[in-house]
Design a protein around this ligand. Structure first.
Ligand code: SF4
Length: 227
């Protein structure tokens, strides 16, 4: 079991330093070439792998190029076009509604505020954060996906369980100029080493500062649950 640094701030800074060294090219793994494509890809990625999203959007973006294209399609047409994506029926409806609202309320442009983005169907704070960061260069918060949720808790950076509460905690501990990168680093670490079911603590660059390392313990101290 590793020993975390004295304060959560110090722990967060050390985590960022080490993961930046381990994953120097860490960035978003969804493919897109403009803000609308980014928004669509992020909406599709909820509870679906980025790999699957990228394989579906390759054709989708050829056919649907403008907000009007989505607004003028039916939910069924869009659901067919994104077949293979988790919850494709619901998400087909979201895409149609997003197109319609962008045309009617936002002059055909993807909005650039948290409030306006969250007024779009299927867009919550996480999606809005990603679009602001990567589409508009506005970093207003920390994207908390399932990897960030799990690993932040394991590392003792938060004891919260809900993404919104975790984000609030992280925003007080992670240096602001690393808010965007923090997410990508934890996602890379979650995919490569600190997986949900079988974290490879023996090969982890954070092992000595991680209170949940299972090297000397069979208990996940961050959650209190057995591994
Ligand atoms: S792999 Fe193990 S040691 Fe590394 S961060 Fe995850 S739980 Fe901690």
């Amino acid at each position: 079991m590793g020993v975390p640094l004295d304060s959560r701030e110090a722990q967060a800074e050390e985590v960022v330093d080490r993961l930046r060294e381990a994953y120097p090219d860490s960035t978003i793994s969804l493919n897109y070439s403009n803000r609308l494509e980014l928004l669509v890809a992020v909406v599709l990625s909820a509870q679906c792998t980025d790999e699957r999203v990228n394989s579906v959007t390759e054709d989708l973006f050829e056919t649907y190029r403008t907000p009007e294209d989505y607004a003028n399609a039916t939910q069924d047409e869009l659901a067919d076009a994104i077949y293979g994506i988790t919850f494709h029926n619901n998400k087909g409806g979201y895409l149609q509604g997003i197109g319609e609202r962008i045309v009617e309320e936002f002059d055909g442009e993807v909005p650039d505020t948290m409030t306006d983005l969250q007024s779009l169907p299927g867009v919550g704070r996480k999606t809005a954060n990603v679009v602001l960061q990567h589409g508009h260069d506005i970093v207003e918060g920390i994207v908390v996906d399932t990897h960030v949720q799990r690993i932040s808790r394991r590392l003792g950076l938060t004891e919260e369980e809900r993404p919104e509460a975790i984000e609030t905690d992280l925003m007080t501990t992670v240096p602001e100029d690393h808010w965007q990168q923090f997410t990508h680093l934890l996602i890379d670490h979650g995919r490569a080493t600190c997986t949900a079911r079988n974290p490879d603590c023996a090969d982890c660059v954070l092992e000595d500062i991680c209170p949940s390392s299972k090297l000397d313990s069979e208990v996940d101290l961050a959650s209190g649950e057995p591994w």
